[in-house]
Design a protein around this ligand. Structure first.
Ligand code: DGY
Length: 330
């Protein structure tokens, strides 16, 4: 990688990623791979980055100012995800280290999962599966497992980025009335998809389903808390395929218990992972899956390829093709 000496750069890869990307990195670099199934600790990362030029990390890794400071030789950080809320971007930028991510390639997979969760909670699919498996299905019941209509319902999308927009396209197929809230208006999408911009307050008050697709940052941390949950309809359901801390988990449990809202379906939680004994998992009106929205073979392969492209470009001193902090180049 280092063309002047012909020595290969050292990179730390914090988990095994699909071979299509890892193989490319191995060809060009000395790879130090964390081989466990669970993430390395912050101390492990600090120890490893101290002697590496490149870091390929996951959303489970705390890439904070301490880690970035320890990586004295770091020339690039490549995140195997689109969200980078685990990376201290300011600290990386300050050091002039470009940070890469993997936008676009997981959009459709994530939108599929958000919609699957919406359908699952609306039509009580996990409860039905449980009933069948535990011998509770004794007959066809006129009033058993009654759910909510998705067709023609009002969907409120919070965060109209790539994934929020992809969810809106799916909702169109279900004749949904679609509201959105975002820091900026999107007139072309309003026109194309028949979306209606709403304040967060109006969106929460009017939606049958609220689906979260905003990044996690200071403004969105606990955006959905007691106050905002109480603004939703008692029949409404919440879907979160964004980041766990966008929702205040304790407030959500009170909302589910006391009927402020009818249900929730979560791909992401706070804490994450959610321990098996966590009280949220006792609620029959809550569906939780383990942060798998992007988990399709093709999305994960493409994420691996992009993460490798970012890493290798950074090591070669070239601009990252998918850079989160392009200001490092100015
Ligand atoms: C991301 O990329 O940010 C997702 O949460 C995991 O794929």
């Amino acid at each position: 990688m280092n063309t002047s000496t012909n020595a290969k750069a050292s990179v730390y890869v914090t988990r095994r990623i699909p071979e299509v990307g890892l193989g490319e990195i191995r060809e060009a670099c000395n790879v130090r791979l964390w081989g466990n199934e669970t993430p390395p600790s912050k101390e492990d990362i600090i120890r490893e980055v101290a002697s590496c030029e490149g870091l390929l990390c996951l959303l489970t890794d705390p890439i904070d100012a301490d880690v970035i400071e320890a990586g004295e030789r770091l020339r690039v950080i490549s995140q195997y995800a689109v969200g980078v809320d685990n990376v201290d971007l300011a600290a990386a930028t300050e050091r002039g280290i470009p940070v890469g991510h993997t936008p676009g390639v997981l959009t459709e997979a994530t939108a599929d999962m958000a919609f699957a969760l919406l359908m699952a909670i609306a039509r009580r699919i996990p409860e039905g599966i449980e009933k069948v498996k535990t011998g509770g299905w004794r007959t066809w019941e006129p009033m058993g497992l009654l759910g909510a209509n998705v067709w023609g319902a009002t969907l409120g999308i919070v965060g109209l980025g790539r994934i929020g927009t992809a969810v809106a396209r799916r909702a169109q197929g279900f004749a949904m009335h679609i509201l959105y809230h975002d820091p900026q208006r999107h007139p072309a999408l309003e026109e194309e998809l028949g979306l209606v911009y709403a304040s967060l307050e109006d969106l929460l008050a009017q939606s049958d389903f609220v689906s979260l697709h905003c990044p996690l940052n200071e403004e969105t941390q606990h955006l959905i808390d007691e106050d905002t949950l109480r603004q939703m309809q008692p029949t409404a359901m919440l879907v979160n395929a964004a980041r766990g801390p966008v929702v205040d988990t304790d407030a959500l449990m009170r909302a589910l218990r006391d009927g402020w809202i009818a249900g929730a379906a979560l791909d992401v939680t706070d804490p994450e992972p959610l321990p098996a004994e966590h009280p949220l998992l006792k609620f029959s009106n809550c569906v939780v899956v383990p942060h798998v929205a992007s988990a399709t073979v093709s999305a994960r392969n493409r994420m691996a390829t992009m993460a490798a492209e970012n890493l290798l470009a950074g090591l070669q001193g070239e601009p990252l093709p998918y850079c989160v902090n392009p200001e490092v180049y100015t």
